[in-house]
Design a protein around this ligand. Structure first.
Ligand SMILES: NC(=O)c1ccc[n+]([C@@H]2O[C@H](COP(=O)([O-])OP(=O)(O)OC[C@H]3O[C@@H](n4cnc5c(N)ncnc54)[C@H](O)[C@@H]3O)[C@@H](O)[C@H]2O)c1
Ligand SMILES: [Zn+2]
Length: 365
């Protein structure tokens, strides 16, 4: 079993992280359940099998389990109220533990509820989508959507533990697996050239569960290292946003107008676009850009839009990104494959150019 510790500056923020198969049955010893005055489980409706394994392992009765609909629809104030009410009904106190089982939307919602209930009670993430395993469950960010803006309200509080059982991915639809894999490729691009070469060596659906243990572990290690160096995203944590300035714009447009793209599909197109910018400002070579384009495709990820999106629409969505400060888009870009830089300002003409370069059928440079 592979283990990691996520240590951010604050002393109380020590989050052990475990990655393996068959881990849920070992929960009682991993999380030292006797330390808590009571334990409740909040489970994603998409992760029923994992929920049942968790409850059996810890002897948690149905009365202490709340099911929440997986996905974005629950990440709002109503969803949050329901959780706070459940915590009150269950008489949770400052020594209680909330276990979250599910995808990133569920861990975002439940993490925020736990971080705010009694000014913060312990929670443990058991992520059951690949995206949640390599990204959303690590780093302590949680939140809900508000006024049509994604993750507008939120908290940063580190989980008391992160338990990643790769077997939970068995039931995950292929498209969701691909979505999480885009973040894995991102980790290679921003932090580890060899890892990028490995994860783009075959289609992302071709990895066995045992091989996935190693990949997820490496990705967690990369994300953990970045988060530890900068919990509140003042500096290096911004490199994790590589691909996301364009990616979020593409994702927002596709959600509003279709055809819908997963987060990972949008981010994959965004990574190609932002690698293109990295090349055009002289940070990476044309050969590197082509390696990235081909690598993403070899993993089964898109690098161009499936249907055209007007560049003006994308440009205006990029301007509205939450990451902008004082009206400026600050880009996280590559300075080589395996290393990223942040807070880069890009000329306006180049932003317009790249938005053409990601249109369907656009040729690489
Ligand atoms: N907090 C962070 O740092 C952070 C980072 C990245 C993403 N996020 C958030 O994560 C969310 C996306 O996460 P996601 O991709 O996991 O999506 P998700 O949580 O919406 O889950 C996707 C779907 O998979 C289902 N599901 C979950 N586990 C399953 C399983 N084992 N088998 C079958 N189906 C399963 C869910 O019910 C849902 O329908 C977004 O809301 C995003 O904002 C947060
Ligand atoms: Zn992402």
């Amino acid at each position: 079993m592979a283990t990691l510790d996520v240590n951010v500056a604050r002393v109380e923020s020590h989050s052990p992280l475990w990655v393996d198969r068959g881990l849920l049955e070992k929960l009682p010893s991993l999380i030292q359940s006797a330390r808590y005055s009571s334990i409740v489980v909040v489970a994603d409706t998409g992760a029923v099998k994992a929920r049942d394994r968790v409850c059996t392992a810890l002897g948690i009765p149905h009365s202490r389990v709340l099911s929440v609909q997986g996905g974005e629809a629950q990440k709002n104030t109503e969803g949050l109220m329901r959780l706070w009410e459940f915590f009150v009904e269950q008489n949770l106190d400052r020594r209680s533990l909330v276990i979250t089982v599910g995808g990133g939307a569920t861990s975002d919602l439940v993490g925020f509820a736990a971080a705010t209930y009694m000014r913060g009670i312990a929670f443990i993430n058991i992520p059951t989508t690949l995206l949640a395993q390599v990204d959303a469950s690590i780093g302590g960010k949680a939140g809900i959507n508000f006024h049509g803006v994604k993750n507008l309200l939120g908290s940063i509080a580190q989980p008391a533990g992160i338990v990643i059982d790769i077997d939970t991915l068995e039931t995950l639809p292929e498209r969701e697996l691909r979505s999480g894999f885009a973040e894995i490729v991102k980790h290679g691009l921003i932090a580890d050239r060899d890892y990028f070469d490995t994860v783009t060596s075959k289609r992302c659906t071709a990895w066995s569960a045992d091989e996935m243990v190693a990949l997820v572990h490496r990705s967690c290690e990369i994300k953990k290292r970045v988060v530890e160096s900068d919990e509140r995203e003042q500096g290096p944590r911004k490199t994790l946003n590589f691909g996301h300035s364009i990616g979020h714009a593409v994702e927002s447009f596709s959600l509003a107008h279709g055809p819908s793209l997963t987060h990972g599909e949008a981010i994959s197109i965004g990574m190609y676009g932002e690698a293109y910018i990295s090349h055009r400002i002289g940070k990476i070579s044309a050969a590197d850009l082509s390696t990235i384009d081909q690598g993403l495709r070899a993993a089964g990820l898109p690098t161009r839009l499936p249907t055209p999106i007007p560049t003006a629409e994308l440009r205006s969505l990029i301007s509205r990104d939450k990451k902008n400060v004082g009206g400026h888009v600050k880009w996280s870009l590559l300075d080589r494959i395996g290393s990223a830089v942040f807070d880069i300002v890009v000329p306006e003409e180049l932003i317009v150019e790249v938005l053409s370069a990601i249109q369907p059928g656009a040729q690489s440079l």
